[in-house]
Design a protein around this ligand. Structure first.
Ligand code: TRP
Length: 344
């Protein structure tokens, strides 16, 4: 008998907003982890285009290009469509349906308390009065992303924890009110701390402080030469500090040879090495790390048909799972109307 190992694998769902190309912070914080998880789990990777509408309504024309960028980045770092399912949020109508059902079992004050939504409102400079209904409710739609495939685990960064907590609460509530349809999904935090941007703040495209996976060696060099190090250090012979030092945060993540890393740290603390020498070595390491990714990316960018095919296959599989989920949910809620509606 053919063994169907897929059924036994626990299911994962996670993904990204298509707001632009991905950066080394995404790589260290999540992509690296996803590449490993693909072998052990049945992974669904979502491109969350609805979520872009919370904040970038003026540039909807750019979303399609960004979806393509994300796909290329995913593939170039080793996310594998033969192992995992790639799909676009808005192409799974069951996500919208499930969001509707969930929105009835969530209170307004609950959503308004979400600290990540509050932070994002601040960052987008949106006041409570102007906040759209969709912005406020996007965590509910994210719960539907996760639960439309009945995922067990959700690998995310720390900022997403309130959403996962809320998703768990919605699952419990639904299961209690109707019948047990949904697993209570668990967050899976990566082991690596979040990488700062070159200015020491949170790395993000909008802050202009990110190093993108697609950055050319020249871009990388320029950005690293500007990176924040140790403001207390005036001369290369002054003892240096590692805490809050962006160059060391990057070296921690990308320098594989730990003896070399320790050596740089020792020398830096003693004031035996200058910022420029250190930065030059980091530029070398980053450029070397990015080269094969960029080579892959360039090769993939020429295969437009393949990208189409990957999305079509992924959307089909996600739809299939989501249809099953919605049937279960409707049955549980007695909304299947079995005596009135013939099954197709
Ligand atoms: N909100 C996530 C982010 O901004 C993206 C996302 C959308 C997501 N749906 C998801 C993450 C479901 C995990 C699970 O990065």
């Amino acid at each position: 008998m053919k063994k169907n190992t897929n059924n036994k694998k626990k299911r994962i769902l996670t993904g990204d907003r298509p707001t632009g190309p991905l950066h080394i912070g995404h790589y260290v914080g999540s992509l690296m982890n996803r590449v490993k998880l693909q072998d052990e789990y049945d992974c669904f990777f979502i491109i969350a285009d609805y979520q872009v509408l919370t904040d970038h309504l003026s540039d909807t024309a750019g979303i399609e290009g960004n979806i393509r960028e994300i796909l290329l980045d995913w593939l170039a770092v080793g996310l594998d469509p033969d192992k995992s399912t790639f799909f676009i949020q808005s192409r799974i109508p069951q996500i919208a349906e499930l969001t509707m059902y969930f929105s009835m079992i969530v209170s307004v004050s609950e959503v308004q308390r979400n600290p990540t939504v509050k932070d994002e409102m601040k960052a987008a400079k949106i006041g409570k009065k102007e906040m759209s209904y969709g912005f406020m409710g996007y965590p509910i739609s994210q719960a539907a992303d996760i639960m439309c495939v009945r995922a067990d685990l959700v690998p995310v960064g720390e900022d997403q924890l309130p959403h996962i907590e809320h998703t768990r609460e919605i699952a419990r509530r639904f299961n209690r009110l109707f019948s047990p349809v949904f697993p209570e999904p668990q967050a899976l935090l990566g082991s690596f701390p979040r990488l700062p941007g070159i200015d020491g703040q949170k790395m993000s495209k909008s802050r202009n402080n990110a190093i993108f996976l697609k950055d050319s060696p020249d871009d990388v060099r320029k950005k690293i030469m500007q990176a924040y190090t140790d403001p207390t250090r005036i001369h290369a012979t002054d003892p240096g500090h590692l805490e809050g030092n962006v160059v060391f945060a990057y070296l921690d993540a990308f320098l594989q040879d730990k003896d070399e890393l320790d050596d740089w740290k020792k020398k830096y603390k003693k004031g035996h090495v200058g910022d420029v020498a250190l930065k030059k070595r980091l530029i070398e390491i980053l450029t070397e790390f990015l080269a094969p990714i960029q080579e892959q990316r360039a090769a993939l960018a020429r295969k437009h048909d393949m990208l189409e095919e990957i999305l079509a296959t992924g959307i089909k599989r996600a739809t299939h799972e989501a249809q099953t989920t919605l049937e279960l949910a409707r049955q549980a809620m007695s909304l299947d109307y079995a005596s009135l509606l013939r099954k197709k």
